[in-house]
Ligand binder design. Structure first.
Ligand code: LRH
Length: 493
């Protein structure tokens, strides 16, 4: 029996899971155990350009090492050998390194306010149509390329020798080897979605327009596909964790890429919502859709495992709900998630539906006030109670899912018969019901730990414990998961 460690870092928590692959040929499944969980979130500090949002990278590193140690202890207890480690995290954010290998600053958070207006400025110079024709990426204010342009006047920028996305960064600390795993690299805006390599024309255009950036290509590692062995734990890390020279495998290091591997679909006629802080709503394709119509609709072509493309859109997701609960808590009204959802289930359906993807919902802050303002601006009833506010958020999310599904299926021509909801949000029963009702599709909810499962099966295949294509890996995921099905009947009339 082989075991694999999945380090899955999300915007609110990091998790380290031990996945033991058991069962004979044709009946393999993954027995997943969470061995460590640590908090994560934006850290606000005064910056030279006002308030700056960062990630607490060192906390994530310590959590990762502690988790690896705990995974090693559990593996010993169970008498299984750890055959691989894979890391996935949220996309786009990165650390900047000097030539001597030192980290120059804590990574900026993609909700950092300084990014406002940068994307428009950059695309105005590069030509939005031409740019999309290469990278196929939806315009989000925080795509790495826009973050780099915003960073070019920072005092540390002239020292930057290496730019590493979060999983590649942690992988480089574990192994001493730096790669650029393709699924996450595809969220930078610097990759060619067709060749799956860094785009010379995009990098050249950025350098031409913003000479302070210097030679970006020289600061980026070579691209690798998921399934590549990056390296082995360094001796220092072996000492710190009690593990041996375990290989670190590049998985779909973008958490959404791993989550979509973790979709328990039987064939290609499915759509998905990877539901967490963000909701990523889309379909899986064999090739990118780079048409002008697709650009206008702002649909993204993120690269997936095994040459696939995740044709999707970001929906603001459960972030709006978690920030709402935080706002109430700070105001002295503690409402638990369960209480909030119970109240929402009893509230009037679709009384107020707002556009949760409006830019005002992106930064941290007082979501109930922003929802009230959006309702007022749209001439809708302003949600007052907990139930009305939370119902508005969930109805609005379900409505956004419906719109996005309509767009991605229309623009890709993909016929879809089922909607898989994976990730933490798959536990939100009311949202699943509302989603089935809004989209008219049966919703299959689970696995909750879709990203960790997707991470484990790609590692297991890389070292030969599993074999087969994505469909085969998804069979393993399905056998390893508890799923719930919601039929698209009306909710509360
Ligand atoms: C979800 C996610 C998403 C990105 C965002 C930054 O965790 O990776 O796919 O757009 O974070």
């Amino acid at each position: 029996m082989s075991a694999f460690v999945a380090v899955d870092l999300g915007a609110t928590s990091g998790r380290v899971m031990l996945g033991v692959v058991t069962g004979g040929a044709g009946d393999e499944h993954v027995d997943l155990t969470e061995v460590a969980r640590f908090g994560n979130g934006p850290v606000e500090i005064p910056g030279s350009d006002g308030t700056a949002l960062h990630w607490d990278l060192l906390h994530l590193w310590r959590g990762t090492l502690d988790g690896l140690r705990a995974a090693g202890a559990l593996a010993r207890e169970r008498g299984v050998e750890i055959a691989g480690i894979g890391i996935d995290s949220w996309a786009v954010d990165h650390g900047l390194f000097a030539a001597d290998g030192s980290l120059l600053a804590n990574p900026r958070h993609h909700r950092d306010p300084r990014l406002s207006g940068v994307a428009e400025e950059v695309l105005g110079r590069l030509g939005p149509g031409e740019h999309y024709g290469v990278n196929g990426l939806q315009t989000l204010p925080f795509n790495t390329e826009f973050q780099l342009v915003a960073a070019r006047h920072d005092a540390v920028w002239p020292l930057v020798d290496s730019i590493r996305l979060i999983p590649d960064l942690l992988g480089s600390w574990l192994t001493g080897v730096t790669v650029a795993e393709v699924t996450n690299a595809s969220t930078t805006g610097l990759l060619d979605a067709t060749t799956r390599q860094w785009s010379g024309p995009v990098l050249d255009a950025l350098q031409r327009e913003y000479p302070e950036l210097g030679d970006l290509r020289a600061k980026l590692a070579d691209v690798v596909e998921p399934g590549t062995v990056v390296g082995h734990l360094t001796e220092r890390v072996q000492d710190a964790t009690g593990l041996g020279a375990v290989p670190v495998v590049a998985v779909g290091s973008h958490d959404t890429a791993s989550a979509v591997v973790g979709v328990p679909a039987k064939d290609e006629r499915f759509a998905y919502v990877s539901s967490g802080t963000w909701s990523l709503v889309g379909v899986e394709l064999d090739a990118p859709v780079l048409t002008e119509e697709s650009r206008q609709a702002n649909v993204t072509n993120e690269l997936g495992v095994d040459g696939t493309v995740r044709y999707l859109k970001n929906v603001m997701g459960l972030w709006v709900l978690s920030e709402t609960l935080r706002t109430w808590q700070e105001a002295g009204t503690e409402v638990t998630l369960d209480e909030a959802l119970t109240a929402a289930a009893e509230a009037q359906p679709r009384r107020t539906v707002v556009d949760v993807d409006a830019p005002e919902f992106l930064p941290p802050g007082d979501m109930p006030a922003r929802i009230a303002a959006a309702a007022r601006a749209g001439g809708q009833p302003v949600p007052e109670s907990v139930g009305e506010t939370v119902r508005c958020i969930l109805d609005s999310l379900a409505d956004a899912y419906r719109r996005v599904l309509h767009e991605v299926t229309r623009l890709s021509g993909r016929h879809v018969e089922v909607l898989h909801v994976v990730g933490g949000g798959s536990q939100n029963e009311l949202l699943c019901r509302l989603t089935a009702a809004a989209t008219g599709l049966p919703v299959v909810a689970g696995p909750v730990e879709g990203a960790a499962l997707g991470n484990v099966v790609v590692q297991a295949r890389a070292v030969g414990t599993l074999d087969g294509d994505l469909t085969r890996l998804r069979d393993v995921v399905r056998r390893s998961s508890r799923l719930r099905r919601y039929e698209p009947q009306l909710v509360n009339g």
